[in-house]
Design a protein around this ligand. Structure first.
Ligand code: BGC
Length: 495
């Protein structure tokens, strides 16, 4: 506590004598507590926040935490302060798929009459939302409460505390919700569809949620880091259909009033274009093809759902011969699912390739690639896919980690690259003159690892041990604080 700070100027402001609140950090330092938690803070140090009352320093007490939601049958939130819904009782958040009351919200009003509108269990609305054109346009983007929780935990573990205000902002942007196992799908799909519906019912606005469908048998066939729970065999292919796709379908059919975007199986079809000489990929081929036909038929007839098939990135399918093969393959996949409709394609998922790179970023093995950045890649794919007869060719581009050129010397490096920076914020129709670009969106949540650097781990992939892969790195999907902080620091545009 810096007693030397002059108080004379502010002393005059304090006129009233307040009752001393129960307790606060400053008592033990010989200063009274301020009268309440909303006393303005004029100074902060490692002891806490200081205010001035009666010309004297006082310690601002922590806000009294009232768990108002418990008496309504819901727990208090423990780690989130992001409100997805507000009613007379207070602000509601979501944790572990359940509604919870945000404790520092408004002081509870006396026990209300039974809940009507503010409903953590929103009334299922049978209205059928119809996506007409770009599903990202004119809607609110749903905030993924799981990610908000991850960022809140990150705030408690900051390595570089000067990043605090930037990290705070990360909680306000939307990103995709990965249904990467049967269990995670069960935990995340319905609660978030419900959250979006509740938000819609309280704000009157349409609320878009974006999910990643990611559990194909033999997943990540050309790498190890994201190998999935289902293997490339008939029994697991059956589980994919009945325990995963059918369950997703049943929830989507129940929540029809809000728009939903599905990002379909990152990396899978791109592997079918270039990596069939890898036995893992050739063993997975029929399951990938059949899995796509199955899910596209089911989800492609739902009017409130729009799907984007993953097309890798510029330094995967950007070469002329790869794009030519890709056009044929994607056409075949889409045709196999008729009458299921596909809105378009998603590029750069979990990759680092810049949107525009005037320096071309060429390096070994990248000569002859006419698409040295994502923008030129999409321009070329638009042309090729349209000429191949694909009817609906629109794009979503993942910009969660491509704001800053990473340190990678070769654009084939995909694992936890150093020099990462968060890119353009999620937004609809972001580039004028490119009306086929539906959105920039954050698909891979910044801070979630690409793969472990532990060489003894079953899913250790050599790429995660390369020079420009940040280490030590946790398993794919687990929180990677140092990578996250670097991404925040290098954000472009800045946060
Ligand atoms: C992992 C998934 C994870 C996703 C998002 C993938 O690389 O394999 O488990 O959900 O990234 O972080």
């Amino acid at each position: 506590m810096k007693a030397s700070i002059a108080l004379t100027a502010i002393a005059a402001l304090a006129a009233k004598v307040y009752a001393v609140p129960p307790s606060c950090f400053s008592l033990k330092l010989g200063y009274p507590c301020c009268s309440n938690a909303s006393t303005p803070s004029v100074y902060e140090d490692s002891d806490g926040k200081w205010g001035v009352e009666n010309g004297n320093w006082c310690g601002i007490p922590e806000q009294v935490k009232v768990c108002w939601s418990e008496k309504l049958g819901y727990p208090c939130c423990t780690s989130t302060s992001v409100s997805v819904f507000e009613d007379n009782d207070g602000k509601w958040g979501i944790e572990n798929g359940n509604w919870c009351g945000i404790i520092n919200g408004p002081t509870p009003t006396p026990t209300p009459t039974p809940k009507t509108t503010p409903n953590p269990e929103p009334t299922i609305d049978p209205t059928q939302y119809k996506i007409n054109g770009n599903p990202f346009k004119g809607v609110d983007f749903y905030l993924n409460p799981y990610y908000v929780e991850e960022v809140e935990n990150a705030l408690n573990n900051l390595i570089d505390s000067s990043l605090r205000s930037k990290v705070e902002k990360m909680k306000t942007f939307s990103n995709a919700i990965w249904l990467d196992t049967i269990n995670n799908m069960q935990s995340w799909l319905e609660p978030n569809l419900k959250g979006a519906l509740a938000q819609h019912q309280s704000t009157g606005k349409d609320v878009l949620t974006v999910f990643v469908v990611y559990d194909l048998p033999g997943r990540d066939c050309h790498a190890l880091a994201s190998n999935g729970e289902l293997l490339a065999n008939d029994a697991d292919a059956q589980r994919y259909k009945t325990e995963y796709i059918d369950v997703i379908e049943s929830h989507l059919k129940q929540y029809t009033a809000q728009p939903v975007v599905l990002i379909i199986e990152p990396d899978s079809l791109a592997n079918m274009v270039t990596n069939l000489d890898d036995p893992h990929c050739s063993q997975s081929e029929s399951y990938y093809m059949d899995g796509h036909a199955y899910l596209l038929k089911k989800f492609g007839v739902l009017d409130h759902v729009a799907m984007y098939l993953d097309i890798g990135h510029a330094f995967w399918l950007g070469w002329d011969d790869n794009r030519e093969k890709a056009a044929k393959l994607y056409k075949k996949v889409i045709d196999s699912a008729s009458p299921g409709k596909v809105r378009g394609f998603v590029d750069n998922v979990a990759n680092y390739t810049p949107w525009e790179d005037p320096t071309l970023s060429r390096g070994p093995d990248t000569d002859w690639n006419p698409c040295p950045d994502e923008k030129r890649y999409l321009e070329a794919v638009k042309k090729d896919f349209t000429s191949a007869g694909i009817k609906s060719v629109y794009f979503v581009s993942d910009t969660s980690r491509n704001g800053h050129k990473t340190d990678r010397k070769h654009p084939g490096e995909w694992c936890n690259q150093t020099g990462v920076g968060v890119g353009a914020r999620p937004q609809a129709s972001p580039v004028s003159g490119m009306d086929y670009l539906d959105a920039f969106y954050w698909i891979k949540p910044l801070g979630e690892s690409d793969g472990t650097s532990d060489e003894s781990a079953v899913r250790f992939d050599g790429y995660c041990g390369h020079d420009t892969a940040m280490k030590p790195a946790p398993e794919a999907g687990q929180w990677f604080q140092a990578h996250f902080e670097q991404g925040v620091e290098n954000a472009n545009p800045p946060l």
